[in-house]
Design a binder for this molecule. Structure first.
Ligand code: ZN
Length: 166
């Protein structure tokens, strides 16, 4: 029964999380590949799982920027597996460096502009009701209490609608 805005934001937050997970997985893979093949394989698993779930959850549902990194990490996982089969470790390394460098700005942008964004402090945390101008610090929609200091009390100040009435 959650508010659709909150649900949409939650979906975006989860998508950002999987994008970050797959990004970190790929980064750890190339960092570890020259030192510890076991650790690199573990990191590749993180990239694969994060990439797969992130792709399944976001592809065609959210804009490109949310699933680009998970999809790209799946290609990287495939490449890394093929390269390890043919024992060309330097390709895993350099492709990974390219991945991390190339997606550094997109991943930062995702967390700056999309992650945990559209829920303002004057909206009920539980149901999304706009809590403006209430006299009691309780959401009239779902009964959840809130901090009145964080919600502007519109009953104290004339609004644009009131001006038009006068
Ligand atoms: Zn509420």
């Amino acid at each position: 029964m959650a508010n659709p805005h909150i649900q949409a934001q939650r979906r975006i937050d989860v998508a950002c999380g999987y994008a970050l997970g797959s990004y970190i997985g790929v980064t750890l893979t190339w960092l570890a590949v020259l030192i510890s093949p076991g650790l690199a394989l573990f990191a590749l698993l993180i990239a694969g799982v994060g990439g797969l779930i992130g792709t399944l959850r976001s592809l065609l549902v959210l804009p490109l920027r949310f699933w680009l990194i998970p999809v790209a990490s799946l290609f990287y996982v495939k490449l890394a597996l093929v390269c390890s089969y043919y024992n060309v470790v330097f390709v895993i390394f350099f492709a990974g460096v390219g991945f991390t460098a190339g997606f550094a700005v997109p991943i930062a942008r995702l967390f700056r502009h999309d992650f945990a964004r559209t829920i303002p402090p004057w909206v009920c945390k539980r149901c999304g009701y706009a809590l403006l101008g209430l006299r009691e610090p309780v959401c009239p929609e779902c009964g959840e209490g809130f901090d009145p200091d964080k919600v502007p009390d519109l009953s104290q100040q004339p609004s644009a609608a009131d001006d038009r009435l006068q």
